[in-house]
Design a protein. Structure first.
Length: 218
């Protein structure tokens, strides 16, 4: 009698605690969700750029160029995208008369993507997440005569446009603002006439850049 009562009691406890046979609710098992709900922007993008370069005297040159955006997004376990990424943005086709070469490349591991907002009922995406990058390259005031040596620092701010149902990226649109030491050296800091015995030191021509771009997935 005791053995039978113990068996019945154990069965009831297992059912109550959900450790025995699962309840027949007709619902699927809950799906594993990613810890961060945001766009997956990993990949390569072709870009159209409107670039302005300013010299230190305030003179401006402008060109419509092409660009190439490469993004390597970090991932959680299970293939879930993280908000952090590495990003390389290349502005291509610069006019040769600028003396900057044919392209400028901005590479940084300091990139960040914002999360989605969704309607609670349907899960439809209701926002346009932001994307940003910060970086610098080169050594400040390093005028060693090497044409490829320059200093630059920049910030990219952009908006990520996605399909509101699927979350797939349709475009990344934004701006690059930066400053540095670009191009041929032309402005002397000191001259022998003013400072006898002082070696002439020249600084690079261009110092500031502004670029508007629209990048679309390949």
């Amino acid at each position: 009698m005791f053995k039978r009562s113990f068996t019945i009691l154990s069965t009831l406890l297992l059912l109550f605690l959900g450790l025995g046979i699962p309840a027949a609710t007709g619902e699927d098992e809950p799906q594993t969700t990613c810890p961060w709900d945001g766009p997956e922007i990993n990949g390569n993008y072709q870009a159209q750029c409107n670039l302005k370069m300013y010299d230190w005297k305030g003179n401006k040159v402008q060109a419509v160029t092409e660009g190439y955006l490469e993004i390597q997004q970090e991932y959680f376990g299970g293939g879930c995208p993280e908000p952090k990424a590495a990003c390389a943005f290349t502005i291509k086709g610069l006019p040769l008369e600028w003396g900057l070469g044919t392209e400028i490349r901005f590479v940084s591991f300091n990139s960040y993507i914002g999360p989605f907002e969704r309607k609670s009922a349907s899960g439809t995406i209701t926002n346009k997440p932001r994307f940003s990058q910060w970086g610098d390259e080169g050594t400040f005031c390093n005028y060693d005569g090497t044409p490829s040596t320059y200093y630059g620092t920049w910030v990219i701010n952009a908006v990520v446009k996605v399909d509101r149902k699927t979350g797939e990226v349709t475009s990344i649109k934004g701006t690059i603002y930066g400053w540095g030491e670009f191009g041929p050296k032309m402005y002397p800091l000191l001259t022998p006439e003013k400072e006898p015995g002082i070696v002439i030191v020249e600084i690079p021509k261009f110092g500031q850049l502004e670029c508007k771009f629209t990048a679309t997935p390949e």
